[in-house]
Design a protein around this ligand. Structure first.
Ligand code: COA
Length: 561
């Protein structure tokens, strides 16, 4: 080794022991770099060649269209950006979905990516759009569709044709619920895709670009023998002047976006809660004095969310105190918030932390796993806490870091199934909005009790260090090994130890891989893998979005055994 090599910063860093905080930060930053690399694949769409061709045609990319549509300086909460990860389809599934603010109105925005197979919809595109429409429905949001799609991905038509009908059904049901639907058509919108403008409340088409028809010229020729051209069959001019399908004819893409914004400005949109939540630092005069009815000011957290990176252990098995996470997510002390977090039942069931806080001024109840395992006490505490949140109409935040419910004779005899079932009953039948964030492990029925994906939280996000599966990889491989050994013994056969070791190693690595956030996010089992430092902002957006529709807690649960 040369002298220069020994003196390089990397070499020095490698030999110097890092503090535990620095080691954790480095570990998590590494994971975040991996997430960024995967997100970059979604942003790259169909790749350089197709992006360049699209720009050469004078067209904007989906994210460029969204950026121009939303209010200047406002955030866009992109959802499911990793959809389709690990499949043969492009990461992101040829559509961009997310929530953006247009003329002050929080809208669900979906935008086809025409650089990926002409914006054709594959099975993952459908799953992603269905999820977006579920979010719009539950939170009562208007939907804006930025349309430019080759319709069904023809090679996978058998997987999308039948379920795909839901896309159009959802649009018209949204309209019936008085959740407005707006289609801005930038390009081709063929066959089934023609029903997106057909079923939207408002339709804008770009001159000489939008083409909306049930069948293009070749198919018409085949079906009826009629000779036609694209403009006559489905051009924007024709639809604006003759068929009446287009309500507005836009000169170009920017004009279509301008018209879209005007439509939303005229929706006379009212959120269910008209309270204004103002950061204390920005509040001035009477708002800052709390003298204005309907205005709530809030303070930033007691501890900088940046320091979350120093807290999360590199090994998931190492427990960490969720209170340290909570005080980095929730509001600090202000006129409306005397302490950041009022813990509920702090002396009972200590491996689940429960309590009340505010986030961006809005009240929330929090359930957060502490030592990993849920015992009977924790399950009973959670059940009571969820009932209390329903009694006072307060949304709930679940912070997952659990290996599941406790097993063993003592716990079975103590009624762990009954108590765990009561918690699952409470989570299932609770009617206040729920948000879940996987901040560590989320294993077994603990995933269910803590409001996993199957329990339909309004939003569910994952930190890059999180893992989720029926159980940990070693445990799962160990269980398989014990079962195989018992089967061999029952048959009186010798057990092949070498094959067992190979099987365990293979199963462990397979389960490890399947438990990772990219895989789960790719399958739409969350709404996105997020940077822990962004969690507070994202939760603040979600709580504001939730305020679009009224909600009411319940006192009606199933039978508690
Ligand atoms: N399913 C699967 N792949 C499709 C597709 C579809 N519906 N439509 C287009 N593609 C593919 C093309 O084969 C091409 O792939 P390649 O580059 O690997 O060869 C890629 O997407 C880009 O298509 P291209 O035709 O070059 O793009 P374009 O921007 O010039 O034209 C369309 C876009 C949508 C006008 C044109 O592709 C088209 O008419 N597609 C068929 C639309 C249709 O009839 N759909 C039926 C839906 S039920």
């Amino acid at each position: 080794m040369t002298a220069t090599e020994t003196e390089s910063p990397e070499a020095t860093e490698a030999v110097e022991a890092l503090t535990p905080e620095a080691e954790r930060r480095r570990h998590l930053l590494g994971k975040l770099a991996d997430v960024d690399a995967e997100h970059a694949k979604a942003v790259a769409g169909g790749g350089e060649k197709y992006v360049a061709r699209h720009h050469e045609r004078g067209k904007l990319l989906p994210r460029e269209r969204i950026e121009l549509l939303i209010d200047e300086g406002s955030a866009f909460l992109e959802l499911s950006p990793l959809a389709g990860w690990g499949t043969d389809f492009t990461v992101g599934a040829s559509v961009v979905c997310g929530i953006g603010v247009v003329e002050g109105v929080e809208c669900m925005i979906t935008a086809n990516d025409p650089t990926v197979k002409g914006g054709a919809s594959n099975p993952w595109t459908l799953k992603k759009i269905f999820r977006a429409s579920q979010i719009a429905e539950e939170n009562g949001l208007p939907t804006v569709s930025l349309v430019e799609s080759a319709g069904a991905d023809l090679p996978t038509q058998k997987e999308i044709f039948i379920p795909g009908g839901k896309l159009f059904r959802d649009l018209t049901r949204a309209s019936a619920r008085k959740q407005p639907t707006i289609a801005l058509v930038f390009g081709s919108s063929t066959a089934g895709g023609a029903y997106v403008p057909g079923l939207s409340d408002y339709t804008v088409m770009v001159k000489e670009r939008a083409q909306v028809f049930l069948a293009g010229p070749p198919l018409v020729k085949m079906a009826t023998g009629e000779e036609s051209d694209e403009e006559t069959l489905g051009g924007a001019e024709m639809h604006a002047r003759t068929s009446g399908l287009a309500d507005y004819l836009a000169e170009d893409e920017l004009d279509a976006i301008r018209i879209g914004r005007r439509i939303i400005a005229r929706l006379n949109w009212r959120k269910a809660s008209e309270t204004a939540y103002v950061p204390a630092a920005l509040a001035t005069g009477s708002a800052g004095d709390m003298g204005v009815p309907g205005v709530v000011t809030y303070a930033e957290p007691e501890h900088d969310p940046e320091t979350l990176l120093d807290l999360i252990p590199t090994d998931l098995k190492e427990p960490f105190d969720p209170r340290e996470v909570i005080v980095r997510l929730v509001d600090g002390v202000s006129a409306t918030n005397e302490v950041p977090f009022d813990e509920f039942k702090p002396l009972y069931g200590s491996s689940l932390v429960t309590g009340w806080a505010r986030l961006h001024g809005r009240p929330i109840g929090i359930l957060a796993n502490a030592q990993g395992v849920l015992f009977s006490e924790e399950a009973q505490k959670a059940t009571q806490f969820i009932q209390l949140a329903n009694q006072k109409n307060t949304p709930l935040l679940f912070l997952h870091n659990t290996t599941g419910y406790m097993v063993g004779a003592e716990y079975e005899q103590g009624g762990i199934i009954r108590h765990g079932s009561a918690m699952i009953n409470a989570v299932s039948n609770s009617k206040v909005p729920h948000i879940s964030v996987l901040i560590g492990a989320s294993y077994g029925a603990g995933n269910y009790g803590m409001n996993g994906r199957a329990y339909d939280p309004r939003f569910l996000f994952t930190w890059p260090n999180a893992k989720s599966a029926v159980m940990g990889p070693q445990q799962l491989a160990g269980v398989l090994s014990i079962v195989s050994r018992a089967a061999a013994e029952a048959k009186g056969k010798p057990y092949d130890e070498e094959a067992d070791a190979g099987m365990r190693a293979m199963v462990e690595s397979m389960i490890e891989e399947q438990s990772l956030p990219f895989v789960l996010s790719g399958m739409l089992y969350d709404d996105g893998v997020i940077d822990p430092r962004d969690t507070r902002t994202i939760l603040g957006i979600c709580l504001s979005v939730i305020d679009n529709a009224p909600f009411e807690g319940t006192d009606r649960f199933g039978v508690f055994r």
